[in-house]
Design a protein around this ligand. Structure first.
Ligand SMILES: *Cc1c(COP(=O)(O)O)cnc(C)c1O
Ligand SMILES: [Zn+2]
Length: 425
């Protein structure tokens, strides 16, 4: 085995394929690789982009030696892929200008098969589950993890159990979990309650836990960073900026890039910025006060980051420290205003994703990010995930949100002249 599981808190190690999610000390676990015998170049990864091998075509498994290095024979048996990744890196001039940053690029992870970056971690997690011979998987979710898990489990005939918080789950996401056939349990409590429940259940039953506390989810999500580097011909931008909820994604991107740098495939590292919603900001307050994260009650319109007790906070801080990172927070008004701009640019994303742009605007205005910096923002989820919020915004029926860019539908009689007049006005 070329990897072990290593505790982020006390450094104790366990065999790489032990079915455990936490250390005896309750710390979270990392996959710790030994890349000493690795002999791959960036050209090898580039060549795979033109291959017809399903592993090469996936934007995750293309980087398999850095993620789940079991050899192609084993992987061909266990991997469940939907060709995830391969998302577009948009040049985002209008959005960039609106935040005072001409050189902005947006990596749209909402273009993954189920509409969020969660597919990258899920293809890894479910493939490990299969390799371990598991028959059932479970997760707690604000929506996107469950949509993704339900799909990947269905693809390989595994049972899926999903725990969602009561109220306010975006309909696009709930629809997916139901449609893909997951057993969906809406519990009387919030995401953090659901997370605690599912962890206990998976310890006690023969069910594999696929939240991002699962270290292999993190391994798959590293590929976002790898693909950004590949899109940019292996030259790091100055900054990568993304939203933070459970903090698995920033953990993963940082871990992946640090490993890529350590094995000499990139010669420079980007800095990292994590954006939280002001109503769900446990990392922001802990980072600012330089202390451990303490749980809070979370509330924000950006339901994908409405998390008060983030599982990966310790790993997240480690990655941020190594990448000279910063953490900022934005209000729901700022998130929705940024969303209106991302949407109107023809790109579009769900609310949590647009915290990226709102946070960028704040960091540029504060001079933390210089206006000539080369920045890649990650859009984490698809516009269609949360249609209620979009229609609510544009029709002015969204409670408690300042609406400045409404594009309400116009009611007109079925009459050409009336419509002509309308178009001219
Ligand atoms: C899960 C999710 C996030 C938060 O990512 P974490 O890894 O939990 O920090 C942000 N945006 C979207 C759309 C998500 O689905
Ligand atoms: Zn430990």
């Amino acid at each position: 085995m070329k990897f072990v599981l290593s505790c982020v808190r006390c450094s104790k190690t366990y065999p790489g394929l032990d079915r455990r999610y936490r250390c005896d000390c309750n710390g979270t676990l990392d996959v710790l690789h030994d890349f000493n015998e690795l002999s791959l170049s960036t050209a090898d990864f580039d060549a795979r982009r033109n291959s017809n091998n399903p592993l090469d075509r996936s934007g995750v498994w293309r980087f398999r030696e850095l993620i789940f290095p079991m050899g192609d024979e084993v992987l061909e048996e266990c991997v469940v892929t939907r060709g995830e990744g391969n998302t577009h890196l948009y040049e985002a001039r209008s959005v960039g200008h609106s935040v005072g940053l001409p050189n902005l690029w947006l990596k749209h992870e909402g273009e993954n098969p189920t509409g969020s970056f969660k597919d990258r971690g899920m293809t890894a997690g479910i493939s490990v589950a299969r390799h371990l011979g598991m028959k059932q998987v479970a997760c707690a979710s604000t929506g996107n993890t469950s949509a993704s898990m339900a799909s990947y489990a269905a693809r390989c005939g595994m049972g899926a159990v999903v725990f969602i918080p009561e109220g306010k789950i975006a309909y696009g996401k709930l629809s997916q979990a139901l449609a893909y056939g997951a057993k969906t349990i809406q519990i009387a409590g919030d995401f953090d309650d659901a997370m605690a429940l599912v962890q206990t259940l998976c310890e006690e039953e023969d069910i594999y836990l696929l939240n991002s506390v699962n270290p292999f989810r993190i391994e798959g999500q590293k590929a976002i960073g790898y693909e950004i580097m590949q899109d940019l011909e292996w030259k790091a931008p100055d900054w990568i900026i993304l939203p933070g909820g459970n903090l698995g994604n920033n953990t993963a991107i940082a871990k992946g890039l640090l490993e890529l740098h350590a094995i000499g495939l990139i010669d420079r590292l980007p800095r990292m910025a994590v954006v939280q919603a002001a109503g769900a900001n446990p990392l922001y307050t802990a980072w600012t006060d330089q202390r451990d994260v303490s749980p809070m009650r979370a509330d924000t319109i950006a339901t994908a980051i409405k998390i008060g007790a983030p599982v990966s906070w310790r790993k997240s801080m480690r990655g941020l420290t190594a990448l000279k990172g910063v953490v900022t927070q934005v209000t729901d008004d700022q998130i929705m205003d940024a969303k209106a701009r991302v949407d109107a640019a023809g790109i579009g994303a769900e609310p949590a994703s647009c915290a990226t742009v709102a946070g960028l605007q704040r960091l540029v205005s504060e001079g933390v990010i210089e206006s000539d910096a080369h920045v890649v923002g990650v859009l984490t989820g698809n516009l269609l995930k949360d249609p209620d919020v979009v229609v609510g915004y544009h029709t002015g029926s969204l409670d408690g949100i300042q609406i400045q860019r409404a594009n309400a539908p116009v009611v007109a009689p079925a009459d050409v002249d009336a419509i002509r007049a309308l178009l001219r006005s």
